[in-house]
Design a protein. Sequence first.
Length: 739
Amino acid sequence: MGANYAKVLLDDSGGRAFDYGVPEGLAAVVGSRVRVPVRMRTLLGTIIALSETTEADGVRMISELVGDEPALSPGLVALAQWMADYYCCPLEAAMKTVLPNVIRKAEVGHKVRLFARLAREVSDEELAELEKKAPKQSDVISVLREAGKAIAVAELCEQCGVAHQTVQTMAKKGWLVVEPETVERDPFGKEQFVSSGKLELNEEQRTVFARVAAAIDGSVDAKKPFLLHGVTGSGKTEIYLQGIDRALELGMGAILLVPEISLTPQTVERFKSRFAATNHEVAVLHSHLSEGERHDEWHRIRSGKARIVIGARSAIFAPVEKLGIIIVDEEHENTYKQEEMPRYHGRDLAVLRGHLEKCVVVLGSATPSLESAYNAHTGKYELLQLTMRVDDQKMPFIRIVDMRLEAKKSSPIISDPLAKAITSRLEKKEQVILFLNRRGFSTTLLCNKCGYVAECPNCSVSLTFHRAQNRIVCHMCGHLAVAPTKCPDCKDPGIKYSGTGTEKVEDTVQKFFPTAVVKRMDADVMQKKESYREALGAFRAGKIDILVGTQMIAKGLHFPNVTLVGIINADMGLHLPDFRASERTFQLLTQVAGRAGRGDVSGEVVVQSYTPFHPAIQFARHHDFTGFYEQEIEWREKMVQPPFTHFVLITVRSPHEERAKLSIETLHRRLKEVLPPGVTLGEPSPAPLEKSHGNFRFHLSLRSRAVLKLSRAIRSVLDKNPLPEDVFAVVDVDAHQLM
Ligand code: ADP
Ligand code: ZN
């Protein structure tokens, strides 16, 4: 017997939900998409609850169900509700994250869409000719030529900035064929996957896997999340693969979250090839998918065709039914935290979804976050460990170079010990990675005479000199200017560039080693997906001797011939006003070091630092996670920082400094009146990054153990005290980004 009433959350209506009657025989359930009457119109919405009774007057009936099946499972609806409550955001925003617009739109329209392909081969001459007459049309042809396949017309228009009409005209002229298609776009469709079998687990892996398998089988009833702490190369991924396999055998599905940056073809291939043998399809979700691809992957998952999902943080919302296992690889990664509303943490939602859907959760890392390590310590999570590399290789030898002494002697970029190490590796035809987490050539443009520093007009940060383009660039907002040759203030020609970016490292290295092939890999040179793939391919094939890069090269890549990793400046992140600064530095050093020596030759890491005795550096040097954890957790407890409390950061911003300041002061007063006991409320203050994108920014910090109560209190204050025009407030629960 069906329920009488349904609470329907309307799309795009600021989170309003109303009760509607359920017509006799309508298979409405929580998660169903429906059309409902609102005044004179019919609107779309999602059922978020069912009930026998209602207190509302004049309840109208649901007009119809949309789609053959409910779009969301009750578990995902609950996840959205929890997310809105916890992260202090409107339910509608949370629902949009769980059920993105591209799915909402498509469920209404028809599934068949128009695709365009080239009607015939177009020669370069013809293209050049067309370019003169109709540059937009020639763009369309170039894009299609490059793609080598049909592209949805909507996407083509978006990509080339042309109107639908243009595509139709081109079809009439005989350039293109436009026809409806229902084919699925598989982003990796062109590639063939050779199936690869299971590996025989070593003893440590067997012990770990036994626990995970028992939990999946259901032979342990309380499903605590697992924290899998395993050094780099200890075979964590093999555990993931076999865990997923077990879930599939039992007819269940799996989600694997990986940081966006390590969602490389390499990772995907490893998974696809493993499951190719059993004909299980893998869906891949990441932020570079086109709308069409995202739509298709979602439906492949929803229909049960693909039971394995690999993706970046938002893949935690994948509509997998009967989840058997959720895995979060590199669970310590910052990129799991979404830095826009809803500001959720993918790892924390994984734990919650696991709890809601009673499925196994495995959080894996070589350098677990303090939060997760603490949860394992207190018994909230079960700790599993892999202490040895699979090939029994020693951990790389890490040498710390004291740059306070070296920089005077040699170059501030490449110290003598690093130069010697590089020389010896090059002689042996082995490869080198040099790491620096900062793009550009020089990081500051400084006048020695008057002290002028080139700053962004919109942001309170200095501009970075990019020599290749001869521009000074803001890394916050992208502001660009031609690099001056003399001081804009005092006109002195002695203007100097100081500080080091990857571009300068590349330049210096090439000068030091003129015969070596040096390649830089950072967001500046790798703007296209293909250039990233190409560079990695060339490096793997041994065509590059030295790879210089930012964190793009730090994570999850396997290069057996890399025997030396140089870290140009280990201190960079240490002195930020952020309680996680040490933790991040420790993690980064350990991760980067993990790139060295994965083949038959053992690896070496040279770390250049001006604070060589900093604990984060020393513990990383000795591969001592436990030592680091114990010291850091003691400090966090003393300072009452996470994981001993929840940290909530409110940012108020406005193009008008006074308005922002007044607003945060008012907010502070109002909060003070209503906050529950046990909350520590900070004083309002300018944010460390005082100005960004032309907005003045102020911070207010709150700490509390009971975060739900706190979130609700903040929400009620914000709801009751509307902000003045041009003032915006952002509430960040469990904030990671403290600038
Ligand atoms: P992690 O994810 O911990 O960094 P991986 O799972 O990537 O480690 O394993 C490192 C390498 O060891 C991979 O090339 C993998 O194929 C291999 N490997 C993992 N487990 C085994 C095993 N039991 N026997 C042989 N090789 C293994
Ligand atoms: Zn800027």
